[in-house]
Design a protein around this ligand. Sequence first.
Ligand code: 13P
Length: 340
Amino acid sequence: MPTPELADIAINLVPAGKGILAADESLGTIQKRFDRIDVASTEETRQAYREMLFTTPNLEQHISGVILFDETIRQATIDGTPFTEMLSQKGIISGIKVDKGAKSMAGFPGERITEGLDGLRERLAEYRELGARFAKWRAVITIGEGIPSMACINANAFALARYAALCQEAGLVPIVEPEVLMDGNHDIERCAEVSESTWVSLFSALYQHRVMLEGLLLKTNMVLPGEGCEKQASVDEIAEATVRSLRRTVPPDMPGIVFLSGGQSPIDATERLNAMNVMGDHPWGLSFSYGRALQQPALDAWKGEASNVSAAQKALYHRAKCNGAARDGKYSVEMEKRVP
Ligand code: 13P
């Protein structure tokens, strides 16, 4: 039976004014991010980049938790303080990505199933020892011609539920992350339909697997038109569609829903989150767990140079502050003019 401690951790990840920094890029993904700024991806450069992010002055004012990758949770600052300890000293909770990636699903061309359940119980115990208090598992749902299939949606929901049950047994709050991708030409209605099917399947699986919703967070996509759709949507249309679909399908007992940015521009991601919180009280806290939308300006400012650390940290702090305000519906584009 999950302990009250799990519910406390979940609540502490989504307080007013704060959200989560996703810095758990796998080796392949961080390589892609570094390629853009012409920096080689080595253990040293990855350590330097993550140290720059995590030591950002006053980050804890707007960031409640950071999601780490397996390599990162074992790394330390250059003066030898483990990242988890340094974050904890700032009051930031460490999390860990535990899935092993989305692989092609046999028999279902174009669809993917996330792997990583084998040996997960042992890995979770080790991560807890290393300081993690929450975990993340990402499933990917692709919209296209004749897809997604219910088989893909249900197989991913089953894996997410098994993962979540193991996390709660190990004393870690599971973040369950089904991401309906924004790749494609589909319209916002199609995204709403697929997102709702995905969330219904997920919460049914979580219920069957006896996962305690109070000790869980949902991380998911906003309801958006596909990137290639001719009919794009306004900030308010996206906020309304997302909240409507969530209210139809997600139980109110969970403390929070944190959005991924999924390829939205940093400012779009902030504006849309803000618009949802301006709509008023929701059954769950609505916050962020952005990777690219928080890191991109910092990465561009850093460029792998020690002399750019301070400028990069200012860029990260600024996005964290804007998103912290959006968490409470208090963001305005005016804030973008006050970049430190
Ligand atoms: P993005 O915000 O870049 O989509 O990353 C969030 C994340 O953690 C995806 O798993």
